[in-house]
Design a protein around this ligand. Structure first.
Ligand code: PLP
Length: 411
């Protein structure tokens, strides 16, 4: 039963709502009364194609995606989008500027953590233009090396007419996130973007998709996310793309662009209604169930309030621990993520004690930073992921444990 389940604070794949898992178990045996299980049914059946249509509609409604933007489904995760964004946007740029030489093409990256850094590295690997790091958190950290902040607005240096501008809304590993308060100095600097409002703005929302409304969604050209944090199992990638960014990549080749693998082309996905090849049927199904549930609960506005509360609770206890010399938060004030809270536990063997105590209380997934974040050969730190499926009560249980731990360490 659900009572025997561990509280999973893992960063992804992460916890899913129990009612959804129970519903999905039924769907595995019999999808919508078809007598065929969801993992067995044809992706071209009318039941499934209309289900996909509905999943798209649930995202459109809840996020308020305007008619200028299409919603596409694919596989390959956020990582495949690191490549797809570059290839599709370079093809677009080439169609607009057939005479441009690769050395004249800029790709602007805002680097606030390990994932945006990885994305920039992939752009460099693929070539076809200059990767420009137009803002970098590390230059604003005490050591010059830490991703522990959102850079100040005055430090952004966007190019004049880049092929695209890229940022990662929530850095899952480093726990750094842009503020959604437009007047905050740690918000994304929309007001500094190049005057030509059609320069594609690209955002990786992998670990914050559907956790709250997306500010200035219509000002983005591409927003993408792997499903496996807030909305479903791994295997599904969701892309919201402005229609002028769905380009004929083969026509771009005639103008000198690099060919784009057919499954990475946004036009392929758009033309086939995201069914060019066999999609991740089960992941789409479970994501649909999560989105239905979200709608019933009150949509992204409901989750915004819930997530604000959960993050508030956890950051408050971190502060108590900091004052007592037990915890050390890693991220600067106003740059902290609501979804991934990262901190150190101070003292000899204290981190191990913290994790053991948590395990005894049925909490897991806290051991910080995945293998991407090995610092000097040590996987260090604690990370609490507070995605949508984590309830306020579960966050409270963690906080209660943190209070006990602070007492235990200081007496
Ligand atoms: N971007 C962010 C912000 C992520 O958190 C992750 C994975 O955790 C990725 C990209 C890579 O996604 P995937 O593992 O789906 O390729």
């Amino acid at each position: 039963s659900s009572h025997s389940r561990i509280i999973n604070f893992g960063a992804g794949p992460s916890a899913l709502p129990v009612p959804v898992l129970e519903e999905a178990a039924k769907g595995l045996l019999n999808f919508q009364g078809t007598g065929i299980g969801i993992a067995e049914i044809s992706h071209r059946s009318k039941e499934f194609t209309s289900f996909v249509e509905n999943v798209s509609q649930l995202i459109r409604e809840q996020l308020g995606v305007p008619p200028t933007h299409s919603i596409l489904f694919t596989q390959g995760g956020g990582s495949a989008q690191f490549s797809a964004v570059v290839m599709n946007m370079l093809a677009r740029y080439r169609l607009l500027h057939p005479e441009a030489k690769p050395e004249d093409v800029d790709m602007d990256y805002v680097v606030t953590g390990s994932w945006s850094q990885k994305a920039a590295e992939e752009a460099r690997r693929l070539g076809g233009g200059n990767v420009k790091i137009v803002a970098d958190s590390r230059g604003h950290s005490a050591t010059g090396k830490a991703f522990d902040n959102i850079p100040p607005h005055e430090s952004y240096k966007f190019s004049k007419d880049p092929a695209f501008i890229y940022y990662c809304e929530n850095e899952t590993v480093d726990g750094v996130e842009f503020s959604h308060d437009g007047s905050s100095p740690t918000s994304f600097p929309f007001h500094l973007l190049p005057q030509d409002s059609l320069v594609p703005l690209v955002a990786d929302y992998s670990s914050s998709f559907m956790c709250r409304p997306i500010p200035r969604l219509a000002d983005h050209a591409i927003i993408y996310a792997g499903a496996q944090k807030n909305v479903g199992p791994a295997g599904l990638t969701i892309i919201i793309v402005r229609q002028d960014c769905i380009v004929d990549v083969d026509a771009a080749v005639k103008c000198g662009a690099a060919p784009v693998p057919i499954t990475l082309s946004y036009k392929t996905l758009f033309d086939s209604k995201s069914l060019y090849n066999t999609p991740s049927v089960l992941a789409i199904y479970m994501t649909g169930l999560v989105l239905e549930r979200m709608k019933k609960m009150g949509g992204v506005e409901y989750y915004e309030e819930l997530n604000r509360k959960k993050a508030g609770l956890v950051y408050d206890v971190l502060k108590e621990g900091e004052e007592r010399g037990v915890f050390k938060p890693k991220v600067k004030a106003r740059s902290e993520s609501w979804m991934n809270v990262v901190f150190d536990v101070l003292g000899d063997g204290a981190e191990r004690r913290f994790l053991e105590g948590a395990a005894q209380r049925g909490m897991s997934g806290l051991k910080g930073h995945s293998c991407e974040c090995v610092v000097n050969g040590i996987i260090a730190g604690i990370r609490v992921s507070l995605y949508n499926a984590i309830t306020e009560e579960q966050a409270q249980q963690l906080v209660q444990y943190c209070r006990e731990f602070i007492e235990q360490e200081t007496t």
